[in-house]
Design a protein around this ligand. Structure first.
Ligand code: ADP
Length: 164
């Protein structure tokens, strides 16, 4: 059984992330969406909120998807979960440099056990990031092109509390 791990901040989960999740199911038997507990990245949502949003979206979609959180080294999390491949989404060229560095590092740190597979972003989501969703929400722009309607409601509510 091939278990893939799609790790990220998902702050919040966007249509681009969701597209990668759906495509990942074509190449894995099981997919773990791993929400990073990264205290150095300043976002809007707590770990639990980010996980809940993902669960809300995938809902009954698939019993092949699990949502978990992780701390520390990704390859340790992979080992604990019996996972084989890391899935990453690739947007513009700027992602490539950064992602390639991580792919090499994870390959070496796992003694060549773990491979990274890149899924190209869909054309329409090439320039979509969670930070652009947060920025759009702050200025009251439409969010429907970036995130699912259910997520848009949550993001709008959060923007209100942030604006105070
Ligand atoms: P960001 O905060 O930049 O949106 P995350 O840390 O949540 O990103 O990203 C997790 C993974 O999803 C990364 O591999 C990232 O490149 C990928 N990703 C992010 N947005 C998209 C998108 N619009 N299309 C495809 N992949 C994406």
């Amino acid at each position: 059984m091939k278990i893939g791990v799609y790790a990220g901040s998902f702050d919040p989960i966007t249509k681009g992330h969701y597209d990668v999740i759906k495509k990942s199911l074509k190449i894995t038997d099981k997919l773990i969406v791993a929400v990073m507990n990264n205290s150095n990245k300043k976002g809007w949502f707590s770990l639990e909120e980010r996980k809940d949003m993902i669960k809300l979206l995938i809902g009954e979609d698939s019993d092949r998807i699990e949502v978990k959180s992780f701390d520390g080294l990704l390859i340790n999390f992979m080992k604990e979960n019996g996972a084989d491949i890391i899935i990453r989404g690739l947007r513009a060229v700027s992602d490539y440099e950064y992602e390639l560095g991580y792919a090499f590092a994870n390959h070496d740190l796992s003694y060549g056990e773990i491979e990274t597979v890149f899924i190209p972003a869909a054309r329409e989501y090439m320039y979509l990031s969670s930070s652009s969703v947060r920025e759009a929400a702050m200025v009251g722009a439409r969010l429907d092109i970036f995130v699912d309607d259910k997520i848009a409601e949550i993001v709008k509510e959060k923007a209100k509390t942030i604006k105070g």
